[in-house]
Write a protein that binds this ligand. Structure first.
Ligand code: HEC
Ligand code: HEC
Ligand code: HEC
Ligand code: HEC
Ligand code: HEC
Ligand code: HEC
Length: 408
């Protein structure tokens, strides 16, 4: 095979964020020009700095890759996109925003030909459900729409932690308080949790882990407030129940009404009586199951929900049809004290997996726990602390088994 590529740089390179540098390089070959440049602005050479663009253009630099998008440019496969940093991204790409299919030429046809077009990428209300597509979330976030938020409000490309590219200080409430400054004085009044609590971190209530990718759950970049009605409409777990794994939706309904005056949602019997995480893990669709299996290993959630009951459910998730869910459930299990050394091959033959799972020790009762019988019932443990296996089975039989492929 003969390659005849005219590509100068491949992948995530300087030019993908800074634009073409040919002119810049030619000009600064001369050391005198380089010296003189200390006194001039070099934007005339075409090179761009995302930090000096307005918040929309700057976020589009990241959005050229971090978005669910369609490119209708005819030369895409031969010469690449016409997009260049600093230019309007929307001239080259259609960014998918469900609910607004008319915003893109050709999109309505795609949806008509394939009604499930959006399903693997978006929750039913059009909020992204896979990682790596943060720009779509940003576009519908009020802080961006009505404010100046950009990716660089929290991330930095060169001066940050290489793992998640968060700029210094942006792991804390500073990320939000930089604009919402009134919240530093009324923090606990707003969050109703003590100041140092994981329940007082803005991210944990407004950017919960409701996107899937890279074999885990990742924070959604749609800034939203916890709301039970929305959870029921979309299936997207709310922030309160993603940390308080041992609580029902009815509990969240009551708390949100009491604290924030939020109108409560109508619930069915299971939603009133059984922890939301358990319903999601046993009866939910593959997306709900994978997020819940991950949450059961998340330290803040384990700390506030008690961990003694969690292995009984992770062991169920290790029997899931989806290998990814089995993998994540096992990773969560080994976070729990006493289970650190549990070996499990999530892609072994089913008979092998079943045998290994059968040997994982589970405490026969939760009697030594601090919970009153009502709280045990919420977790499907009876008054003497035994797992109510028939109830568990009923919920598993109600599982939403529709196939889902999450397009990360
Ligand atoms: C993923 C996008 C991205 C890539 C790739 C990237 N940069 Fe940057 N660069 C930025 C952003 C955003 C800034 C603004 C400061 C920050 O976020 O760190 C910046 C700032 C700079 C600055 C500082 C400019 C100034 O005026 O202070 C220089 C110099 C620079 N980049 C050079 C490079 C070089 C050289 C490469 C390739 C090795 C590169 N960048 C690759 C996004 C990127
Ligand atoms: C040319 C495409 C491209 C551009 C432009 C780009 N990214 Fe990325 N970015 C990627 C890819 C691909 C990955 C995933 C790499 C991996 O799997 O580790 C990534 C990973 C990341 C990560 C996660 C890092 C990790 O280790 O998991 C962050 C955060 C991120 N990008 C932020 C940004 C920001 C902010 C900008 C704009 C300043 C930006 N990116 C611009 C392609 C891009
Ligand atoms: C760059 C500035 C900026 C940053 C950073 C920022 N916001 Fe905002 N945010 C705004 C603006 C501006 C609005 C719109 C306010 C309005 O219209 O009154 C807004 C709106 C909101 C709203 C919706 C209010 C409503 O009316 O529905 C919430 C919730 C919110 N922000 C939470 C957060 C959280 C949590 C963070 C941190 C994760 C954050 N914001 C970071 C600027 C910002
Ligand atoms: C209000 C702050 C904020 C803004 C604005 C923001 N992010 Fe993030 N981002 C975060 C936080 C917090 C995380 C989670 C980091 C972690 O858990 O390690 C994150 C995680 C990510 C990750 C996944 C990293 C990983 O592998 O876990 C990517 C990719 C990313 N952001 C890209 C972007 C892009 C692109 C934009 C703009 C479209 C953006 N972010 C805007 C705060 C922000
Ligand atoms: C324990 C969960 C929780 C935490 C933590 C939290 N919030 Fe909120 N926030 C909510 C809820 C719930 C609402 C919705 C209230 C409503 O419906 O009016 C809300 C609403 C908001 C609003 C819009 C309404 C208003 O009061 O202006 C903003 C802005 C906001 N939060 C910012 C923040 C910031 C900034 C932080 C961190 C300092 C933060 N929140 C931490 C739960 C939380
Ligand atoms: C990331 C974890 C986290 C999130 C998200 C969170 N909490 Fe909490 N919550 C805690 C922790 C930790 C405590 C223990 C007390 C403290 O730290 O203030 C707590 C305590 C409570 C309590 C009192 C103790 C109890 O169990 O009755 C209530 C009520 C409560 N949270 C409700 C909520 C509601 C409602 C939301 C959503 C708006 C929420 N929490 C979101 C971690 C969280």
């Amino acid at each position: 095979m003969v390659f005849d590529s005219r590509t100068a740089e491949i992948g995530i390179s300087c030019e993908s964020c800074h634009g073409p540098a040919e002119e810049h390089v030619a000009r600064y070959r001369n050391p005198l020009t380089r010296y003189r440049n200390h006194f001039t602005d070099d934007s005339e050479t075409g090179i761009r700095n995302p930090e000096k663009m307005d918040h929309r253009l700057s976020s589009q630099v990241c959005g050229q890759c971090h978005s669910a998008r369609i490119n209708f440019e005819p030369q895409l496969m031969t010469q690449g996109t016409t997009y260049r940093p600093g230019k309007g991204l929307h001239e080259s790409f259609g960014i998918l925003l469900p609910g607004r299919p008319d915003s893109l030429p050709g999109l309505r046809r795609n949806i008509e030909e394939d009604p499930e077009f959006y399903q693997g990428t978006f929750w039913p209300d059009g909020i992204i459900r896979v990682t790596g597509r943060e720009f779509n979330s940003l576009l519908v976030t009020p802080c961006f729409e009505r404010g100046e938020m950009s990716c660089l409000s929290c991330h930095s490309s060169h001066d940050s932690d290489p793992n998640d590219q968060l700029a210094e200080g942006m792991r804390t409430n500073q990320a939000c308080i930089q604009c919402h400054d009134s919240f530093s004085d009324k923090l606990t009044q707003h969050t109703r949790h003590s100041a140092g609590s994981s329940g007082s971190l803005c991210y944990n209530c407004h950017m919960p882990h409701t996107t899937y990718g890279l074999l885990g759950a990742i924070r959604n970049h749609y800034i939203d407030s916890p709301n039970v009605k929305k959870t029921l409409e979309t299936g997207r777990p709310n922030a309160c129940n993603s940390c308080h794994l041992d609580k029902t939706l009815a509990w969240t309904n009551n708390q949100l009404k009491e604290w924030y005056g939020t109108a409560p949602a109508d619930l069915n019997e299971s939603q009133k009586s059984t922890a939301a995480s358990i319903l999601n893990l046993l009866s939910g669709d593959a997306n709900q199951r994978v997020l819940t299996a991950w949450a059961m290993g998340w330290k803040p959630a384990r700390e506030v929900s008690g961990e003694d009951w969690i292995p009984h459910y992770l062991v169920e998730a290790m029997k899931d049809n989806y290998s990814t869910i089995r993998y994540i459930a096992h990773k969560s299990l080994i976070n729990i004290p006493g289970y650190e050394n549990t070996d499990f091959d999530f892609v072994a033959a089913e008979s092998v997996r079943t045998a290994i799972i059968g040997r994982i020790p589970l405490s026969p009762t939760l009697l030594d726990s601090q919970r009153v019988p009502d709280q045990q019932r919420v977790l499907l443990f009876d008054s003497v602390g035994r797992l109510m296996r028939d109830e568990v089975r009923i919920h598993i039989n109600r599982r939403d088994t529709k196939p889902i492929s999450l397009m990360e």
